[in-house]
Design a protein around this ligand. Sequence first.
Ligand SMILES: Nc1nc2c(ncn2[C@@H]2O[C@H](COP(=O)(O)OP(=O)(O)OP(=O)(O)O)[C@@H](O)[C@H]2O)c(=O)[nH]1
Length: 387
Amino acid sequence: MSIESYAATFSDTVLAVALLWLFSYAARIAVGVRGIRLWGWSHLAYTLGSAIQTTALWPLPVQHAGALLAVAGLGGLAVAMRLFVHQQPLSATERRLLALPLMAAAACVAYGSVAGGTELDSVALAGVEMCVIASFAYHLQALRSAPYHAPAQLMRAGCALLLLLYLADLGTLLVRGSAARLAGDATWIAADLSLWFLLNFSMVMLASFRALEAMRHMAHIDPLTGALNRRGFEAAVATPAEGAPAAAPTGVLVIDVDHFKQVNDRFGHEAGDRVLRSIASTLLSEIRPVDLLARFGGEEFVIVLADCDGEAAFARAEHLRERAKALQFEWLDAHVRITLSVGVASGPASDIERLRQQADEAMYEAKRGGRDRALRHGAAAQARAAA
Ligand SMILES: Nc1nc2c(ncn2[C@@H]2O[C@H](COP(=O)(O)OP(=O)(O)OP(=O)(O)O)[C@@H](O)[C@H]2O)c(=O)[nH]1
C-alpha cells in the first residue's frame, strides 16, 4: 500500500467525522427516530478500524485491534440500517443472526493475532462487509414510497457494486494470497471510497427526510393528548385518503367537556390535564384508523367519522358520551365524573369544514339544552318547529 493510499484511507476517516456531525445534527431534529446517530458512530468506527487494519506502518497488535473495531462498526451499521428502515426494536432472532458473523469474524481476528499476519483479518472483514452490505440492500427494499424511494434505490445500486468489489477482492485474496489483493490497488480503493461516499450521501438524504417528517409530525400533534392539533386536522382534511370518494357520507362530532373550568378551579391545572388526556385516549380507543381525532384548543375535541351517515354518527356520539361519563377520577378523596356535550353533523366528505361549523352550532345548542347530551345539527330547530 502506497503513502497516497494511506492518505486516501485516513482522509476517509476525516470525512467520517464530518458525516458523524451531520448525522448527529439530523438525529437531534428527528426526535424519536431510530438509527441515525448509531449510523454516524458506527461508520466512523468502521472507517477508522479498517484504516488502521490496512496500514502496514502500525505494529501487528494495533492492526488486529483495528480489524476488531471495523467489525464492531460494521455490526453497528447493520443494526442502524435495520432500525432506521423499520423504526422497531430488533427481535431476538435478528440479534442472534447479527451476532453470528460478528463472533465468527472476531474469532478469525483472534486466531490470526496468535498465528501472526493480517491475512485472516482481511478475510474476516471482507466476509462481514459482504453480509452487512447484503443486509442493507435487503432492508432498503422496504422504503418504496416517496420521498425515500429514490435515495434508497441509489443506495441499493451502490450496495450491489460494493458487493462485486468485495467479492473480487476476497476471491483474489483466497486464490492468489494477500500480495495479489485488489484492495491494495489505488483504483480499487478509489472505487471503494466513492461507493461508500454514495451510501453515506444517500443515508444523509434519507435521514433528512425522516427529520422533516418528524418535524411535520410534531407541528401537527397536540403534545398534551397526542391527538391532532388544529393545523394537523386541517392538513389531514385537505389530503383525503387515496380513493376516498368526495361524496362519501361523513359524520363530524364536536365534543366539549362540561364545566371543565370547575375541575381546574377545584383540583388544579394538573388534574385538568389528566382529565383531558384520559378523555382523548378514550376517544382514540373508540375510533377507527380511518377516522380523525383533533383537539381544537381548550377542552374541545373534533372527530371525523369516515363512511358514516347521520344515524350512525349520532349513535357513535351517544356511545362516546356514555364512555366518557363512565370514567372516574379521584382527587383529594373526591370522586369526580365528567360529562360531554356533543354536536353532530353529517354530509359529504368534501364539505368537512361546513360540517364542523354545523356540529359546533349543535354542540352549543346541547350546552344550552342542559349539557350531558348529544344533538344533531338542525334537530333542535326541527323540534321547535314541530312544537
Ligand atoms: N388543565 C387545562 N385546562 C385548560 C387547558 N386549556 C384550556 N383549559 C381551561 O379550560 C377551561 C374552559 O372553561 P370554559 O370555556 O369556561 O368552559 P367550561 O368551564 O367547560 O364550561 P362549559 O363549556 O360552558 O360547560 C378554562 O378554565 C381554561 O383555563 C389545558 O390545556 N389544560
